[in-house]
Design a protein around this ligand. Structure first.
Ligand code: BES
Ligand code: MN
Ligand code: MN
Length: 463
């Protein structure tokens, strides 16, 4: 691999320039006014494939396009599907960014920009490594199929619908899937992630009087929608961190003693974690450690709440709203949880207000088996790239498509995260460590090599 390793080190500056070019495109999926930019990001990805000598397709969906490209088939060797996303989260609060979110800036070994780690920076490591193989050797030891989407941050509907078609299942047919859209265990300690949480995301609307009312004249006689929404949201979880929706825990797969021991063996202290996030005390479900709460227990969180005016004005607002979600763990079913939540809210509906629950998107949790030769190949590749063997861990975030790939293609995913959990994803000053960017490209280049030593068809068939 010396030829490829040398190519990577001598092209490091060019790789960073390419990343910067992609990071300059404000492809914010949740903002309609940026949908032109989202498409520009898709076109940018397609142009990279063209530059590699591949023939990309920009596949239209109900939402943002998918960018697809593949390398030559390699008989008897695994077909590897690489997934990533070119859409990014919104940037608010803008005034908290040290440098503007779409002007990528290098500071103390990191590159700062929205999408730096989630997922543009991680995703293109696989394009760059494949390009390095093609430039150096003219071909790859495995066939790569790339599918890069633009709606991950808003629920992945387009690729979800695409995957439901037999033609797409044929096109994306593969032996193993590779996704880099998560984190290492910590600085200097790479990881292979074997579990992700699922999610159900909602909007709640509470409507009261036909217009805002003077709270002196009318207060005491009508239900205040903001009071009502606070009470409703608060009733969803108790002070011991337990979700109160009946049946919520029925299907939760408990952690085995073995896994609890494995998690407890990872180097971790509550105190360091508390300082990292800047809080005086940690909180969560009783009876579980911090890592268990973050990786393997379901949660409830409110993401936004609105109503009334931010000036001092004594009025009863006509309406209030909130966005909230539950993170789910293996065996919990998003649809079942949605139904139970709807019933709970209607049972707790305060008199005199209308309560409307709007379901936005959901995904099942994912767990991937570790006893495959592909995992062993990934371990070796990471050791080559990062100079250290990976640990196995779960993570609390969600990548909706992982379970869908399992269901539609019958194939498991290698979750190889190059990020760090202090990368400020979804938050101001998102960053990606440039050394990890280069280590990720190297690990990826070695992954194709290691997977090339595996036979095809080792992944279990559809259940
Ligand atoms: N890359 C993240 C998921 C992630 C983050 C996995 C950290 C592991 C560790 C992804 O882009 C993401 O943010 N997903 C959303 C999904 C949702 C919008 C359906 C999430 O987890 O909130
Ligand atoms: Mn992501
Ligand atoms: Mn994200």
């Amino acid at each position: 691999m010396d030829d490829i390793d040398n190519y990577l080190s001598s092209h490091a500056a060019e790789f960073e320039d390419r990343l910067c070019a992609l990071l300059k495109i404000p492809s914010i999926g949740a903002d309609k006014s940026h949908h032109g930019d989202v498409r520009r990001a898709a076109e940018w990805v397609a142009a990279q494939f063209r530059d590699m000598g591949l023939v990309p397709e920009v596949i239209e969906t109900s939402g943002q396009p998918l960018v697809y490209a593949q390398t030559e088939p390699v008989p008897g060797k695994p077909v590897v599907l690489v997934y990533g996303h070119y859409d990014v989260q919104p940037v608010e609060p803008l005034n908290e960014w040290v440098s503007p979110p779409f002007e990528p800036t290098k500071r103390s070994g990191n590159i700062y920009a929205r999408g730096a780690t989630d997922d543009k920076g991680q995703m293109i490591t696989h394009l760059l490594s494949a390009a390095a193989w093609l430039k150096t050797r003219g071909k790859l030891p495995v066939q790569l199929k790339f599918v890069i989407e633009g709606e991950e941050e808003v629920g992945s509907k387009g690729i979800y619908d695409f995957l439901a078609t037999p033609a797409a299942q044929e096109k994306l047919k593969c032996d193993i899937i590779v996704i880099s859209d998560c984190s290492q265990y910590g600085p200097g300690q790479p990881a292979i992630t074997y579990g992700l949480r699922g999610i159900v995301f909602f909007e709640l609307r509470v409507t009261g009087p036909k217009q805002d009312l003077h709270s002196g004249t009318f207060g005491g006689a009508v239900t205040n929608p903001i009071n009502a929404i606070c009470k409703l949201l608060a009733s969803l979880v108790d002070e011991r961190g337990r979700v109160q929706v009946p049946g919520f825990y029925d299907d939760v797969l408990p952690l085995s003693e073995g896994e609890r021991k494995q998690i407890a063996a990872l180097p971790f202290t509550d105190d360091a974690f508390r300082k990292q996030v800047g809080v005086k005390a940690l909180a969560g479900e009783e009876g579980f450690t911090t890592l268990e709460r973050r990786w393997a227990r379901p949660t409830f969180d409110v993401h936004g709440i609105w109503g009334g005016q931010q000036v001092s004005k004594t009025a009863i607002p006509a309406r209030a709203g909130a966005k909230f979600s539950f993170r789910l763990v293996p065996n919990q079913d998003p649809q079942k949880i949605t139904k139970a939540t709807r019933a709970f809210l209607s049972d707790h509906q305060p008199p005199g207000v209308e309560v409307e629950l709007i379901e936005s998107h959901g995904a099942k949790a994912a767990v991937v088996p570790l006893n495959s030769p592909y995992v062993a190949a990934a371990q070796k590749a990471i050791e080559h790239g990062f100079g250290k063997a990976p640990v196995f861990m779960r993570e609390g975030g969600s990548i909706p498509i992982v379970t869908n790939f399992r269901e539609r293609l019958g194939v498991d995913t290698l979750l190889l995260g190059w990020g760090l959990d202090d990368d400020n994803t979804h938050s101001p000053n998102e960053k990606f460590c440039l050394a990890d960017f280069h280590r990720g490209i190297k690990a990826s280049a070695h992954l194709w090599n290691e997977l090339g030593r595996c036979g095809a068809g080792v992944s279990p068939a559809v259940h």
